[in-house]
Every structure is written in structure tokens, then in C-alpha cells.
Design a protein around this ligand. Structure first.
Ligand code: AHR
Length: 509
């Protein structure tokens, strides 16, 4: 029998660890959009659906298994029309508003600051608060920081106590605006950059609470936006290093196959559309590198982080659902999209410090979908769960010797993606076979350390369109993987078509 040609042949030097892969690259996003908050995270204390203080118990239990490091809230576009003081105090008295971005529905503000912070505590996650620059004021944002984080006696600390919370919360991640070039104010970069400086100035560090301020940034490959922002963020202010004002700048990138007006179906797609999705997902690698290169010119010591604080698939909504609610199914193809994003994140861990998938529940590329009291885990959920060993591990370069490629929409893309990391004497190796129709042989030379044991899990459907439903919740679920063999330092894997594999390698000594 002849050996199939390897789809990927590569070398990994196990004794040359690279930068730390921040666990915050596995962050999440919960916007007041469709059924993410209401019906997803929040059902209210009087709901027959089991809850803790109004927060859905089943959703919390499912998400706790992901070790979510940070949760971005309240938007997105919603953040720039959100007035936080409407979301505190007795719920029955809270003012209502219209969520003009998402479905033009009434927002009753029942899920506000205290509810969000309670959710973070239940999930064991850090809050990432996205503040209103588009329609808010500097004072409003400044007061919110004081309300959340100030100890001792101050107007906002007193107000927080009146609302039942004595101790300040710890809040690190502070977003300054969201998509200012669009829903966040339709601003030019030259307008937003000085505004961001002003808002960041008054987002104070109270007591021991140190903010990590993230200036809203570009879309896709708009490197000019990043250049303008970085110029402003790094230009001197008297004696002060302005880089103390901002700790990161962000950008957003979404994957879809068609045009913006018709993005394609989540579960019904041709092979060509599958490959287009893979090709577009892989672009994230080049976009991260592009923004990072711009940042290098202004900040060569990499003091300022890059944050991809919205990413994921964006398909047409499920038939019959509100177009403003962005509810979509999630197939094995989505899992592959997530997996190749993580490979890119791991490879750029020196500059990329934070990322947030959009979004966690019932919106876009969700982890869980709910229907009344039912809940289902998506294939994307399983990628997040399987990749947990990479959190805070040190990246290991997968140096490609040879690989199969395919022409897609005029570009050549690899058919296999992989990344690796090391932590506590164990190597995590993630391998994704993008080809929906053929298994992939992967050959790796593992050098520098001896590997004593290999085990792993695989995520695959019978087809890349396979997905989980409320009546068939385990169509796509991880199972043990026995397709890897190790001889000396040579690791050979046969990865099924359209599958994602994570191996755990134990290192000697
Ligand atoms: O995640 C959905 C929306 O996508 C966000 O509100 C916005 O920031 C982006 O355009």
C-alpha cells in the first residue's frame, strides 16, 4: 500500500517556547441584541426556568466548562446608545428605551450593571465593559468607572451602596467606544482618535483598580484607521507617556460567504461556499499581521496590545426569525472557522492580547442556543472547550516543511491548519482539516524534548453542514481520537474530513 502524501508536513521544536497565549484570546461577548441577554442569559427571578437571581442556571453551567476569561458587554452597537444609570436601582423603576440597532424593540433595562457583574461572578470571568462614546458623555463614562470600582466615600460609591453593593468590583477591561467609523458615531479616524484620548483620560484608576483601556478600532484590513489611532495614542503629552492612557487598540472581523446583504445560510451551503468560508476565515491571520505591523511602527516594544474584540461567522438569520436578532444555527463548518482563528491567534500572541467571539448565546456564532427552557451546545462550543489547554500556555511554532494547498476565489489556501503550545510539561496540538471530503495525513517532527504519551479528541460530523438541534443535541460532539501514532519523535495523524483534533502530548521529565 502506498502512503498518502501528507497534507501537512512540519517541524515543532518543543524546547523553544514562544510568547504566552493569553487566555483572554478566548474571550466572549454578550450584547443587548436579540435573545442574547433576554431569554439567553437573563430570564428574571420569577421565571419557571431555573435561575440564580434571574440568571439562567443551565447557561451558566454550560459556559463554566469553557473557563471564559472575559465577557464583553453591553455591546457592540448597543453600547453607544446605552446609558448605564438607566440600568441600576429597583428594576420596576428603571427607565425603558428603544433598542434602535437591534430589532427596534423595547429595552426594559432589567439587566444592568449589577446583573452583569453577578453574571461575571457566576461564570468566574472578568468583566469587559464597553463604554458609550457615540451618544454618551465623558462625565457619564467617568461616573460609571467610579460607580463600579471606587472604594471609600464618593458620590458614585454611595449610590452603588444604596443599590445594595458595598464593595467595589474589580474591573480591568474598559472599552472606549465601538465601531466609531459606523454605528458608534460615523466618525472619521481623525475625529475619533482625540475623542478616545479624552474619554480614556477620565476613565480613572480608582484605588487599586487598574483599567486596561481599549480604544475602538478598525474593521477588517483598514490599516489606515489603526495608523491614525496609533499615531494619536503614542504621541507625547508633555512629560507623560501617552501609552499609559491606552493599553490596547481593537479591530473587528467577521466571516461570511456572500455579500453583506445576503451572507449565506448557516447550514445549507455548497462545497464552493464552504471553501469560500474557509478562505475568508483564514484572512484573519493576514489582518492580524497587518494591524500588528502598523502598530510596530509606532510601538516597537509592543507595549500596546491588539484586541480583536468581535469576530466570528455572520450568516443569514434562521428562516422565520427576526432579522434584527441575528439568530443563526451553527454547523461543523463554524467549528472549523473558530479553529483556524485560534491557530492565527496563537501564532500572533506577541501582539494579540484579547479577542471576543460574537456572541455567546443565541446571536451570531454562539456557544449555546436556547429555546424556552431547552439548551443546546453548538460545534463552536466544543472548539472552545477542547482548546482550553492553550490558555496561558507558551506558543510553539509549527514550522511548515510542505503542505497541500487549494485555489479558492483566486487565492491559494492551505487545506490543514495547526498550532501548538506547551504548559506544565504537556503540549497541546490543535489540527484542523478544512477539506470536507478527504481525510488529511499530518506528519510532524517533534524535536528537542521526548514525548512519552499521546491522547486526543476529535470533533467531526458526517458532513461539515452537520449541526446540533434541540431534538438532536449530540450530532456534533467530541469523541476520543485514535488516529495518531508516535514513533520516536515522528507523530503521524490521520484527521478525518472536515474535522478538528486536539492532542495532548506528555513530555518526559
Ligand atoms: O455583533 C453584532 C454587531 O456587529 C455589533 O453590535 C457591532 O459592533 C458589529 O457591527
Amino acid at each position: 500500500m502506498t502512503e498518502p502524501t501528507a497534507a501537512l508536513s512540519a517541524v515543532i521544536d518543543l524546547d523553544v517556547p514562544g510568547p504566552t497565549i493569553s487566555r483572554h484570546l478566548y474571550g466572549h461577548f454578550a450584547e443587548h441584541l436579540g435573545r442574547c441577554i433576554y431569554g439567553g442569559f437573563w430570564v428574571g427571578e420569577d421565571s419557571p426556568i431555573p435561575n440564580e437571581g434571574g440568571i439562567r442556571a443551565d447557561v451558566v453551567e454550560a459556559l463554566r466548562a469553557l473557563d471564559i476569561p472575559n465577557l464583553r458587554w453591553p455591546g457592540g452597537c448597543f453600547a453607544d446608545e446605552y446609558h448605564w444609570s438607566d440600568g441600576i436601582g429597583p428594576r420596576a423603576d428603571r427607565p425603558r428605551m428603544i433598542n434602535t440597532h437591534w430589532g427596534d424593540v423595547e429595552e426594559n433595562n432589567h439587566f444592568g450593571t449589577h446583573e452583569f457583574m453577578a453574571l461575571c461572578e457566576l461564570l468566574g470571568t472578568e468583566p469587559y465593559v464597553s463604554s458609550n462614546v457615540g451618544s454618551g458623555s465623558v462625565r457619564e463614562a467617568s461616573d460609571w468607572v467610579e460607580y463600579l470600582t471606587r472604594d471609600g466615600d464618593s458620590p458614585m460609591a454611595r449610590l452603588r451602596r444604596e443599590n445594595g453593593r458595598d464593595e467595589p468590583w474589580k474591573v480591568r477591561f474598559w472599552g472606549v467606544g465601538n465601531e466609531p467609523w459606523g454605528c458608534g458615531g460615523n466618525l472619521r479616524a481623525e475625529q475619533f482618535a482625540p475623542l478616545a484620548r479624552q474619554y480614556a483620560t477620565y476613565a480613572r484608576n480608582h484605588g487599586g483598580n487598574e483599567l486596561y483601556r481599549i480604544a475602538a478600532g478598525a474593521s477588517d484590513d483598514d490599516y489606515q484607521w489603526t495608523a491614525t489611532l496609533m499615531k494619536e495614542v503614542t504621541s507625547r503629552l508633555g512629560d507623560r507617556d501617552p501609552r499609559d492612557l491606552f493599553q490596547a487598540v481593537s479591530f473587528h472581523y467577521y466571516t461570511f460567504t456572500g455579500e453583506w446583504s445576503d451572507k449565506g445560510s448557516a447550514t445549507s451551503f455548497t462545497r464552493d461556499e464552504h471553501w469560500t468560508a474557509m478562505s475568508r476565515a483564514l484572512r484573519v491571520r493576514q489582518y492580524i499581521a497587518g494591524h500588528a505591523a502598523v502598530m510596530d511602527a509606532y510601538d516597537p516594544t509592543k507595549k500596546i496590545g491588539l484586541a480583536l474584540d468581535e469576530w466570528g461567522t455572520w450568516w443569514n438569520v434562521e428562516p422565520g426569525t427576526n432579522p434584527g436578532f441575528l439568530y443563526q444555527q451553527n454547523a461543523m463548518r463554524d467549528a472549523l472557522v473558530a479553529a483556524v482563528h485560534f491557530d492565527a491567534f496563537h501564532d500572533h500572541a506577541d501582539r494579540l492580547r484579547l479577542a471576543n467571539i460574537a456572541q455567546t448565546v443565541n446571536v451570531l456564532q454562539a456557544m449555546v442556543l436556547t429555546d424556552e427552557d431547552r439548551l443546546v451546545l453548538t460545534p463552536t462550543y466544543h472548539v472552545f472547550e477542547m482548546n482550553r489547554p492553550h490558555h496561558d500556555a507558551q506558543a510553539l511554532a509549527v514550522r511548515v516543511r510542505d503542505r497541500a494547498e487549494r485555489e479558492v476565489d483566486g487565492a491559494s489556501i492551505p487545506t490543514v491548519s495547526a498550532s501548538a503550545s506547551v504548559k506544565d510539561g504537556r503540549v497541546a496540538l490543535s489540527v484542523t482539516n478544512l477539506d470536507p471530503d478527504a481525510s488529511a495525513r499530518v506528519e510532524l517532527d517533534l524535536r528537542g524534548r521526548d514525548v512519552t504519551a499521546v491522547s486526543g479528541r476529535v470533533l467531526a460530523g458526517a458532513d461539515v453542514a452537520d449541526h446540533n438541534t434541540f431534538d438532536g443535541p449530540t450530532t456534533v460532539a467530541p469523541r476520543a481520537f485514535d488516529g495518531a501514532t508516535l514513533e520516536g519523535g515522528r507523530l503521524v495523524l490521520d484527521v478525518p474530513a472536515g474535522a478538528f483534533v486536539v492532542l495532548d502530548l506528555a513530555l518526559a521529565g
